[in-house]
Write a protein that binds this ligand. Structure first.
Ligand SMILES: [Ca+2]
Length: 161
């Protein structure tokens, strides 16, 4: 729902320069500009968000419970974590499926997506997308692609968008 920015030492999918990283409550981060889109799209899609890493793009709502955190470990590693963030399903507090996952950015441009606890991934988008939304690497969209499960780790190399 919300979007907030923080400084990170990370490389974006489209450039190796330092950027401001925006963190969306809806399971993704973007570079240079924040987005609040809660309705996930399959990739690539020129509509915004763009220039983004989608770990679990879906309508998530940390205002119900859980939280979204960022932490830098030295100059090499930047971690964004969604901890126990439930889906915004209209269900009573504490009853919606919740997700716990991280995006780990390394200074060499590599990206790790790791999932500690997967609640309901059937309507999520996972992947990366370039600044214009014309090039993407989609790992999952609406149930097609990588099957997310507890303790799954996805590695994305530094040369892919
Ligand atoms: Ca897009």
């Amino acid at each position: 729902m919300a979007s907030a920015k923080s400084r990170s030492p990370s490389a974006s999918p489209s450039t190796d320069k330092l950027h401001q990283t925006w963190v969306s409550s809806n399971g993704f981060i973007s570079f240079g500009q924040g987005f609040t889109a809660f309705s996930n799209q399959c990739l690539p899609d020129t509509n915004t968000p763009n220039n983004a890493i989608y770990a679990f793009w879906d309508d998530l709502d940390p205002s119900l419970t859980g939280g979204v955190y960022v932490k830098a470990f030295g100059a090499q590693t930047f971690v964004i974590e969604w901890a126990g963030v439930p889906h915004s399903t209209g269900l009573a507090r504490g009853t919606a499926p919740a997700e716990t996952f991280q995006i780990v950015l390394q200074a060499d441009g590599s990206i790790k997506l790791q999932y500690l606890s997967v609640g309901a991934a059937s309507s999520a988008t996972v992947g990366t997308e370039n600044a214009t939304g014309t090039v993407a690497r989609q790992l999952l969209c609406n149930g097609v692609g990588e099957a997310l499960r507890d303790r799954k780790v996805l590695l994305i190399g530094s040369t892919t968008p």
